[in-house]
Design a protein around this ligand. Structure first.
Ligand code: FES
Length: 116
């Protein structure tokens, strides 16, 4: 069971449980199920409206955040959140970007903070 804390300057923080291991539950789906007022439009990794900043608050040494989808790479570059050089470094380091699209990021068994 992973703990996901949603935080925003406009709303009170809310921490919810995520069922880890389903490999289908996105951060956006989890937010909507828990009535978190996160912005979104297309739900398909095209518009960039759901961009969030994700950080690990787990004590595990190994990060579990999954890799960026191709759609995330394209949109996050368009939004200026990541550069091509940073993308290449992420592959070398095997670490995802802190910027993610909530509709694309699958929740893993890792406690995270999601800034929206
Ligand atoms: Fe459009 Fe996520 S809602 S990219």
């Amino acid at each position: 069971m992973a703990l996901v804390t949603f935080t925003s300057p406009e709303y009170r923080d809310k921490t919810v449980y995520a069922v880890a291991g389903s490999h289908t539950q996105t951060v956006l789906k989890l937010a909507l199920e828990n009535k978190i007022p996160i912005n979104f439009e297309c739900e398909d990794g095209e518009c960039g409206t759901c961009v969030v900043k994700v950080s690990s608050i787990d004590n595990k040494l190994q990060r579990m955040g999954g890799p960026l989808t191709e759609k995330e790479k394209t949109v996050l570059k368009q939004l200026g959140k990541i550069t091509q050089a940073e993308l290449e470094q992420m592959i070398v380091d095997d670490l995802p970007s802190e910027w993610r699209l909530a509709c694309q990021m699958i929740v893993r068994d890792e406690d995270i903070r999601v800034e929206y």
